[in-house]
Design a protein around this ligand. Structure first.
Ligand code: ASP
Length: 365
């Protein structure tokens, strides 16, 4: 076959590409691309170091928590407007060590109400880091939603050199508006890690890498994109049997800390203070000293639930090992640390459960 002349080949190619591209050109003329609608994310502020301020930029550890109002936090981060339509709501302005059961219930109810609004895609809760693990577990259990709830804090106040709050908050807002974050329970966004609100814990009290879980993060956030590596398997959100809309108050649960030569008179003190359950933060596998068993058995006889947990950060407490839980009618906290065990026990008590039911809950949540 005779080869096509170069000029002819060029015009045939031009005609072909014009024909192939014509439908797209027509499309582009008739339907100009509309910018993607940004997710609506509400930032519910509760205080903490992320809203903290120090006397100088060299103060990374000496400062006052809970100083900066939510509107200022949002205004200080203009990059947020690129990733979401952000609204602010000031729930509290406190350091998180001052959270109470009443505040937990109030916060849960207002987040539940916010997320019932079809216009809201997700919620970010700015929170002090000290009790962030309790609040994240509580919300994980009681807010019946598929929408993302993301807790975030910082280890340095915004006034400090190399403050970590700005990027943490930016990442949290991105995550709350990310469709793949739906249905994964309450999430915690810290130091680029996406952690499960169920088992996250503050594990270092002074570094920006403060938060972790013995089961690892669920994923990471890098440059506005969430990368997932695992998913939670425990009941939460829509699969939970707890519902904040039906909870008005939480009963008192006392934690008694185990140690060598522990003071066992704290157990009857908890009973007479009106506690409805005692979480024993035992040594090792939730062990109870031989001189402390009677006090816990008497507390059980007085009607309190007894939950054996461990003061050791990782691992899990096994039923009927170390102590005969069946015989004493005690419960084990499994892998939940004492402060998380306290939250689940308090919620269980709102339903007046038996020890067997309480044990079931510790295995399912
Ligand atoms: N004490 C502070 C708080 O929990 C610490 C922090 O936010 O990092 O509110």
């Amino acid at each position: 076959m005779k080869p096509m002349m170069p000029a002819l080949r060029r015009s045939v190619t031009a005609l072909l590409s014009a024909a192939l591209l014509a439908p797209f050109a027509a499309c582009a003329q008739t339907a100009p691309a509309t910018p993607a609608k940004k997710p609506v994310v509400v930032v519910v502020a509760t205080g903490g170091t992320i809203a903290g301020a120090g006397a100088s930029s060299a103060n990374s550890a000496t400062y006052q928590a809970a100083k900066v109002p939510v509107d200022k936090l949002i205004a200080g981060l203009p990059e947020l407007a690129d990733v979401a339509e952000v609204r602010g709501q000031q729930a509290f302005q406190i350091a998180s060590e001052s959270f109470t059961n009443e505040k937990l219930v109030e916060l849960g109810k207002s987040i539940s109400t916010l997320l019932k609004d079809p216009a809201v895609d997700g919620v970010v809760v700015t929170h002090g880091t000290d009790t962030l693990e309790e609040t994240s577990f509580f919300l994980n259990l009681v807010v019946r939603t598929e929408k993302p709830i993301v807790l975030v804090g910082s280890m340095r106040p915004g006034t400090a050199l190399s403050a970590d709050g700005a990027l943490n908050l930016y990442n949290a807002v991105v995550l709350a508006g990310t469709p793949s974050a739906r249905g994964k329970g309450v999430l915690v966004m810290m130091n680029d890690d996406i952690l499960s609100g169920r088992d996250v814990a503050k594990r270092v009290n002074i570094k920006t890498s403060a938060f972790g879980s013995q089961w690892g993060p669920l994923g990471m956030m890098v440059e506005r994109k969430a990368y997932w590596f695992r998913a939670p398997v425990k009941r939460q959100g829509m699969t939970s049997e707890f519902d904040i809309d039906r909870i008005t108050a939480l009963p008192e649960v006392a934690i008694v800390y185990g140690s060598g030569s522990m003071n066992t008179s704290l157990v009857p003190a908890a009973v007479s203070s009106g506690a409805k359950a005692i979480v024993h933060a035992g040594t090792g596998n939730g062990s109870v000293p031989n001189y402390g068993v009677d006090a816990l058995r008497q507390a059980r006889t007085a009607g309190l639930q007894i939950v054996r947990s461990s003061r050791v950060a990782d691992g899990f407490v096994l039923r009927n090992s170390e102590q005969p839980d069946d015989k004493y009618d005690w419960v084990v906290a499994h892998d939940l640390n004492p402060q998380k065990a306290k939250i689940l026990t308090a919620l269980a008590l709102t339903k007046g459960v038996s020890s067997a039911e309480l044990q079931r809950m510790f295995m399912e949540y």
